[in-house]
Design a protein around this ligand. Structure first.
Ligand SMILES: [Zn+2]
Length: 325
């Protein structure tokens, strides 16, 4: 049995295990093939994208680390200590586009935000902002930036969803936005808040006691020393983690972004839900409510039924969403 002195030691071991995706994981023949296929596809067909990922790997780790600090600093010393002594938070590249919680045999936890999700979220937000105002685009590898229309950008968004379904790894068009508040500033802002929420949601599972139950964990790849948090009977557990998570997020926002209008963090989560619907579809699964229903539940809990209904109508007519914030 592998023993770790701290959750950070557990995270370090996980990072070492995944550091080179081409190295077969212990006994994980299927995953070796998956990793090699994904790597080969990206290298052959998406060389430009691959460079982008390689270049920013270190940056992704730093981002999650900063977000972790932001969250911990917003908590009471008691809560901060409870989290730090049990849960590590880090970025990892497993070739997937998601965030997961894993547990060691000695009951140390790690919240892992996959590179795939972060890169994809970044790309998605850039395309959304660009679609709203194509003049903000300074470079595009498919078409002259000055000739881009909202329809082109919608097409790139659609392409992104197809690509994700096939490879579970983000790639697609490359665009750059001007470095103004309206352009890149909007992307960075939503990216940061959406990522904070992803971490806060997972912390919600820890704080709600969902991680105390062994039956909520199952084998992860063929790593005998790691179990993954998977089973959530019904949707209650996810809704409750969202509520606890949004409450945590509000505390961070109050301290770090005091001038933000009250509903703006929810807007970042709406965008995150649109991305999740794009990748995984908007149908509920046995363990997860649909991304849209999850946002509506948060809206109802924190802003009331009336606002949640307005938001629901907004999803049906996306152009209305802008007027809600
Ligand atoms: Zn969850």
């Amino acid at each position: 049995m592998k023993r770790f002195n701290s959750p950070e030691d557990f995270l370090k071991e996980l990072k070492m295990t995944f550091a080179n995706p081409s190295t077969p994981l212990p006994g994980a023949e299927m995953d070796k093939t998956f990793f090699e296929m994904t790597e080969k596809d990206i290298l052959e067909n998406y060389a430009e994208f691959y460079d982008e990922v390689i270049k920013h790997h270190h940056g992704l780790d730093l981002m999650v680390n900063e977000e972790k600090q932001q969250i911990l600093e917003a908590l009471t010393p008691e809560l901060r200590n409870k989290i730090s002594s049990n849960v590590a938070i880090g970025a990892l590249n497993t070739g997937e586009a998601n965030a997961i919680i894993v547990k060691s045999e000695c009951k140390k936890f790690a919240i892992l935000v996959n590179y795939g999700l972060m890169v994809l979220l970044n790309k998605f937000l850039k395309l959304i902002v660009a679609k709203g105002n194509p003049k903000l685009v300074t470079y595009c590898n498919r078409k002259e930036a000055s000739e881009l229309s909202p329809e082109d950008l919608q097409q790139y968004l659609d392409d992104l969803s197809g690509a994700c379904a096939i490879f579970s790894a983000p790639h697609g068009v490359l665009i750059k936005l001007e470095e103004s508040n309206e352009g890149l500033g909007t992307v960075v802002h939503h990216l940061r808040i959406a990522e904070l929420f992803i971490i806060c949601h997972e912390l919600g599972h820890f704080l709600n006691g969902d991680l105390d139950k062994d039956e909520n964990f199952s084998a992860y790849l063929n790593l005998g020393w790691v179990k993954k948090f998977t089973r959530a009977p019904g949707h209650e557990q996810e809704y409750n983690a969202d509520t606890t998570g949004y409450d945590l997020l509000r505390r961070v926002v109050t301290i770090d972004y005091p001038h933000l209008p009250e509903r703006t963090p929810l807007q970042s989560i709406v965008l995150l839900s649109c991305l999740l619907s794009l990748i995984y579809g908007d149908e509920p699964s046995p363990s997860h409510p649909s991304p849209t229903e999850r946002v509506l539940h948060i809206a109802r809990t924190f802003f009331g039924t009336e606002f949640a209904e307005e938001l629901r109508r907004g999803y049906e007519q996306p152009e209305l969403l802008d007027s809600l914030w």
